[in-house]
Design a protein around this ligand. Structure first.
Ligand SMILES: Cc1cc2nc3c(=O)[nH]c(=O)nc-3n(C[C@H](O)[C@H](O)[C@H](O)COP(=O)(O)O)c2cc1C
Length: 190
């Protein structure tokens, strides 16, 4: 699939078929994860691959009882090791570690879409039970949970227009037409 097509097609999937993910596809997704940018080229993100049903149930519980997560054949949990960059980045360490995990997550979502595998970015969770379930050492902080599986979502979701809410030209507040990126009309700030 073309990259832009995969980006357009990606959407959050919360219903999964009982079909396992092929190991070679999972490998491709994990390789894509490893190719994300990372601050100072230091790898702060750790990925736990979970397929054990009991563990998935515990993860779903930690994710504020999002029980649909248990349907996913694979659940990835992205964590960040802040210690490894604390000396270099001091107070910014957590900020960079979070960003590193987030760009890694996006690579996973796009790669999964490319392989026709559904996914969802989940970060409504409480840290402690996740840390317990995954036996994370103290310096590893859970950042994102990504359930993966073939979609059983029959609904086609129409995405609302987002760009007009996101976009400004030259400075915050300026939503005027731009010759380099023409928008259809002037957009009022809400
Ligand atoms: C930071 C963040 C946290 C999110 N946490 C959850 C979550 O805990 N559970 C969930 O079902 N979706 C979660 N989502 C997915 C959003 O609900 C979803 O991306 C949004 O509704 C837009 O839909 P789309 O992904 O289909 O475009 C999260 C997304 C982001 C970026």
């Amino acid at each position: 699939m073309e990259t832009l097509k995969a980006i357009q097609k990606r959407h959050s999937v919360r219903r999964f078929l009982e079909i396992p993910i092929k190991q070679q596809d999972l490998n491709k997704i994990l390789k894509a994860a490893s190719q994300a940018p990372t601050s100072a080229n230091i790898i702060t993100t750790r990925i736990i691959v979970v397929t054990n049903q009991e563990k998935k149930e515990q993860i779903a519980k930690a994710c504020l009882n999002q029980t649909w997560i248990t349907q996913a054949p694979v659940v990835l949990v992205l964590c960040s090791d802040i210690e490894s960059i604390k000396d270099i980045y001091k107070k910014r360490a957590e900020f960079y570690a979070t960003q590193n995990a987030t760009v890694t997550a996006q690579n996973i979502l796009i790669a999964a879409t490319d392989l026709k595998i559904g996914s969802c970015f989940v970060s409504a969770f409480t840290n402690l039970p996740l840390q317990k379930t995954l036996k994370l050492p103290k310096h590893l902080k859970p950042q994102v949970v990504i359930p993966l599986g073939y979609s059983d979502d029959k609904k086609t979701k129409k995405r609302r227009e987002r760009l007009q809410h996101m976009l400004f030209f030259e400075e915050f507040g300026k939503r005027t037409k731009s010759s380099i990126f023409p928008l259809k009309k002037h957009i009022k700030i809400k």
